[in-house]
Every structure is written in structure tokens, then in C-alpha cells.
Ligand binder design. Sequence first.
Ligand code: GLN
Length: 544
Amino acid sequence: MARYIFITGGVVSSLGKGLMAASLAALLQARGYKVRIRKFDPYLNVDPGTMSPYQHGEVYVTDDGAETDLDLGHYERFTGVSARQSDNITSGRVYRDIIAKERRGDYLGATVQVIPHVTDAIKQFALADQDGHDFILCEIGGTVGDIESLPFMEAIRQLRNELEPMQTLSVHVTLVPYIAAAGELKTKPTQHSVRELASLGIKPDVLLCRAEHPIPDGERQKIANFCNVRKEAVIPALDAPSIYSVPLQYHEEGLDAEVLRGFGITDAPDPDLSSWHDVTDRYFNPEGEVTIGVVGKYVGLPDAYKSLNEALVHGGLANRTKVNIKWIDAELFEGDDSEIVSELEPLHGILVPGGFGERGSEGKIASVRFARERKVPFFGICLGMQMACVEGARNAGIAAASSTEFGDTKEPVVGIITEWMSEEGIQEREEGGDLGGTMRLGAYDAKLGANSHVSQIYGGAQAISERHRHRYEVNSKYIAPLEDQGLVFSGMSPDGLLPEIVERPDHPWFVGVQFHPELKSKPFDPHPLFAGFIEAALEHSRLV
Ligand code: GLN
């Protein structure tokens, strides 16, 4: 029987509920329990796939090809449990399915309503795919009191009645602000938030109180009294020096013990937190330092590259190296070369990440050229790999080389994919079809060239599986001229048709990948490409 932990947020958004859910799951896992985390998003998009990264941060892609909320990335990084399609639901998806059913006549003449039809669909989602899990954590997006989240709150309320008495637990994340002028912490916003939640029929069992200052005992007792919980269930959640400290910090504050107590579990094994101690030790005691430039488009909002940011840090953990990331707007490099030299020369590695659209593409191509000519470690991801091939083609004398993503071109080194093989057989897309959910998405295998640099990076592997999210690909017609110019296609799809990885044997570290390796990197299991890239950057730092 899976036990359910419902996590809601109060007072303000951005309290780090996702990180909190991931940390609690990691603590339960460290005690030997099998965990899974789900995200309920109240917005009306069917999935975040079509939202701008500026609106919603990165789109996190799962092995089974779902485009999901970036919180699923936190969950996967902290627990190592691969997220799947059935771990993220939005109001948009619920309504889409209900309306399709209604049009088919499946409701047999009934009036279709929020209660019970929408709430039933939410409950079904929460209860699906329990396969042997001990705990399923369900994080509700948004803040209590939002109109959009009401059906989700109602579904939780109902579930708490329908499941066994000790089978569910409610954790409410709130804010205890510090008013500097008065020199005091204020508990009133938490009291109001809990009252709001209670008015929806949900009594929280554990309060996780985000605060910038320690919460004195008296204030903890006051929150407990006003909010109808035990004092020990008021868990102070102070700002942490690093996200990797959060599980350890919450454990110190008694979060996991209190949650288990809420389920009546008193004989749980002590947690094995050795991997978290190792990660924090590596993070806080680096022996080297590098600066990596990420030349992209959404550089104003680091959440747009959340997994990439994390994976670079993981690459640092693997090498006991502090990684500074310099976010650089590719458009800066579209004038003369002076800007590029002053920005890129001090760096120890250059990374061109995934992206969409023409804006900034010439700046990305210029960065690839700089990295190639100056022999600076270069890592191109998805659009970054495509730009590395366009740059290679231009260097081979194909001056008009471009991608059809940016408009018509006589030399489509990168072109749209309308057909490819997946495990389910041939996938076909129309040019100019729907944008939502129609890319090449999720895990695909690639064959690695024997004796290639990437095969060595992957520990001698001949085949790998990585996650994809793209609509265009490097056109295999250009493989021959590109190979003549020094690029090696060292990874291909198993049918040999789609280029997956390029590298330059005449360069210390130059790798472009069509997939997104950052999505699978974990602090306690850094991705080999990021570990290798940071190692090369460290070597380069000794030269410059
Ligand atoms: N825009 C490119 C494509 O669709 C690259 C996508 C990406 O970088 N994720 O193929």
C-alpha cells in the first residue's frame, strides 16, 4: 500500500516547494523506502512544452517523452528515480481528456462538472501506477487560495477521506518573514495560510516554515497553537548555503522523523546519508576552479537552463572543482570580433546549449569558431551541436550553410526531421504541423564509434540512451564534407540515419550532441560528458 504525502504551498510562491519535495523524498529513500514524486500543475496548458522558458523555466523531458515541469528535474536529480509521463498533470490535460470524452458521448447524457468529473480525474492520476512504492509525494503547484488550484485541493480533501486514516499526510510549506524595522519574525501569514487551507477541508500535519532567521522556540510553539499541529511538526526551513545541503538540513530539523511519525511509523531504519555527505563535502571543499561560458538566448533567467546549470555543477563535483558559470547573450557576438575575444578569452570552456529560433544563432556559430580555432574545450548541446556542424560546413567553404529552422536556405546542413524510427516504429510529422508535443522526444539509443572520444568518455560504451527534444537534425548529406573538414560523426542512431554526436579529434575537447545529457545528470552520479568537459576545462585553465 502506497502512502501519500500531499505538499501544498502558502503565503507566496517561489518558496522552493519542489526542492522541498525532492529533499523529503531523498530522506525517505535514504531510510530504504521506495519513493515517487508527482507534480500537479494548475495551469491550462496541456504541458509546458509550448511555454516560453521565460514564463516557466526549462521544460524537463522524461525518458518516455513527456515534456514536464522543471520540478521533475529536481525530483529525479535528488532521488535518481526516472520521472515519467504519469508524474506530471496539468489542468489543461485534465480538461482536454474530459472534453474529448464528452464529445464522444462517453458520459451517457450526464452533466459534466468540476465535482465529480475533474476531481475524479485528478484522483485517478494520483492513484495510478503505484507499483510497489512506499511513498508517493504529490506536489501541488501554486499557492493555497489560487482559483486555479481549487479542484486539486478538493481532490486531495476527498482522497484523504477515501484512503485509510494513516495513509495520507499533508505538508504545508509557508513563509515566516522577518520584519527588520521591528526586529521580529512574523507568524501571522502562516496562520492565515493554514486557515485558508483548513477552509478547503485540509488540515496540515506538518508545517515547513521557510525563514531567513532562526525561529525561536516560543514562535514555534505559537505557530503550533494557532495552526493546530504539534510543536515538533513546525519544522524551521532556513535558507541553505547550497541546494545539496537541504536534505541534510531538513533531516537535522526532524522533517523525515516527523513525517514518519505522522504515518505511525516508529521503527524506520536510520537514514544512510553518506552520499549527501559526500556531495556536500565535494561542493564545499573544491580543489580547483573553472569558469564556463554558456552562450545562449535565455540568459536573463537561469531557470531556463536549470538542468544544464546543475549538470555543470555535477561535472565540478566529479572533479572536486568549483564551476563558475558565465551566462552570455549570443546576440552580443553578432557585431565585430572584439566583443567575442574579450568575453570568451578568459573562459576555460565554452558551451552552446539547446535553443529554438534564429535569434542569436550567428553569435553561437561565432562562439563555436572561437572554441575550434583557439582550442578551448567546447560542448554543444542540441542546437549547439547543430551550430557546430553549420560552423564546420562554413569552414569547409560552404558559405551559405544554415538550418531550415531559420528560413529557406540553399545549404540546409540542418533540416527538419519528418520521419524517424522509435521503439513503436516509424514516427512521421508534417512540416508546418502542430508545435505542441510533436518533436522527437524522450529516450533514443545511439551507437558510438569504436575508439571514438565519446566512447572513451562513456567508459568504453558502444551504445547509449539519451533524451531528445528537437525538430531538426543534421542533414546526413553533409556528413562527407564535414568529415573532410575534421569533424567526426562518432554517434549515430541505431539505423545509422540520424547524426547523434560529433567530435573533433584534432581538438583537446570538442563534442556536440543532438540530445540533452544534462537531463540525466545527478549530484551523486554526474553525467560523464559533463565530468569530462569540466576535466578538460580544468586542464585548459592550467594553460591560460
Ligand atoms: N531548435 C532545434 C530543433 O528543434 C534545437 C532544439 C533544442 O536545442 N532542444 O531541432
